[in-house]
Design a protein around this ligand. Structure first.
Ligand code: 5AD
Ligand code: FES
Length: 363
């Protein structure tokens, strides 16, 4: 076996990667090695999750944001963004459509919008959980206090997505204004885990200033945090942001990182993201074949879809939920996978829940 293939085996066996190995994989031009990397990652995912792909119904319920991240199209300084908020009724209507289409996870995503107080968020979560008790609710609404996170959890929220964006202090400063801090972000993620959320971190691939070293920090952070989910996708410039003229992250680099994350953190729920589908027409399929096991079709009302623009040229903005779901199911089928009607918990949690149920039944 060549030294390169031995390196892949060692990453897979030890579930860890050195700085040198990461550099070698991210910089190699050897397409055979990269094929092997993707194959190993795909095998790892199918050993745990089979050919099942979990779907999450994404509800983008507000594009107001008090933050001003340099990369993001809904940053508060972007006066050109056409702002909107969904009412509780509109959100519930998205869930109803989604439930009928087979979605059993709803992801409520929005900018950091103080209009949605903790009381409002808790009400929305409670209503969804009481109408759809068999569904998981995921929140993706940014940095909050421990008390707020605890209140949402008590209201029934199951999961929380908060990408750390970069685990490197200096790089974080290049992407965010002074008011934001990596320390706070990391602390939020630790608190979320402590409370008991299935927690997701993640980062953009190819964000301005990113290097092999900053990516290595990201991987170390994932190993330390042990999140149930990791969201990564290419950085894509938005025309009305300070990063308008920066180059986008590449498909190739994103796929390599998806595979590496699968190998070093095998049970993770790993989406092939919309951003990946935006930079390549078959990006999401390729993401699954590189080790992903989740897709997140959009359930937001069509009349607000093109307003939730974090980056330019976002796909699926004109498609009804049903079209998106059918399109996604067909795309997954075309590569031998099956989209399932399931909450899609992380494997270890799924087993724990089943054991608890069985113990309950036997008593
Ligand atoms: N390109 C790609 N991804 C982006 N995000 C924000 N702006 C962009 C962009 N221009 C990602 C961030 C954020 C997630 C919701 O979307 O990582 O956490
Ligand atoms: Fe949205 Fe294809 S997934 S239209």
């Amino acid at each position: 076996m060549s030294a390169d293939l031995k390196m892949l085996e060692s990453i897979q066996n030890t579930q860890s990667i050195s700085r040198e190995e990461l550099g070698a994989i991210l910089q190699t031009q050897d397409s055979f090695l990269i094929q092997e990397l993707h194959k190993k990652a795909q095998q790892t995912a199918t050993q745990i999750y089979g050919n099942k792909i979990y779907i999450r119904g994404l509800i983008e319920f507000t594009n107001y944001c008090k933050n001003n991240c340099y990369y993001c199209g809904i940053r508060c300084a972007n006066a050109k963004a056409d702002r909107y908020r969904l009412t509780t009724e509109q959100i519930l209507s998205c869930c109803k459509t989604g439930w009928n289409l087979g979605f059993r996870t709803f992801v409520l995503q929005g900018g950091e919008d103080p209009y949605y107080t903790d009381v409002k968020i808790c009400q929305i979560v409670q209503e969804i959980k009481s109408k759809y008790p068999d569904c998981a609710v995921t929140l993706s609404i940014g940095e909050k206090s421990e008390e707020s996170y605890q209140a949402y959890f008590n209201a029934g929220a199951d999961r929380y997505l908060l990408r750390h964006e970069t685990a490197d202090e200096e790089h974080y400063r290049k992407l965010h204004p002074q008011q934001m801090s990596l320390n706070n972000r990391k602390n939020c993620l630790k608190v979320l885990k402590k409370i008991g959320y299935q927690t997701g971190c993640g980062f953009m691939v190819g964000s301005p200033g990113q290097t092999v070293d900053t990516l290595y920090q990201d991987l170390l952070f994932i190993k330390e945090l042990k999140p149930e989910m990791v969201g990564i996708g290419p950085f894509i410039p938005h025309k009305d942001t300070p990063f308008a003229d920066q180059p986008a992250g590449t498909l190739d680099l994103t796929l390599r990182l998806l595979s590496i994350i699968r190998l070093i953190h095998p049970h993770v729920l790993l989406p092939a993201t919309t951003a990946l589908g935006t930079i390549d027409p078959k990006g999401r399929e390729k993401g699954i074949l590189a080790g992903g096991n989740v897709v997140m079709p959009n359930l937001s009302p069509v009349n607000v879809r093109d307003k939730y623009k974090l980056y330019d040229n976002k796909i699926c903005t004109g498609d009804e939920a049903a079209e998106c779901k059918a399109c996604m199911a067909a795309r997954m089928k075309s590569i031998g996978y099956e989209v399932v009607t399931d909450r899609g918990d992380q494997f270890c949690l799924m087993i724990r829940n089943q054991l608890t149920l069985n113990v309950g039944r036997n008593q």
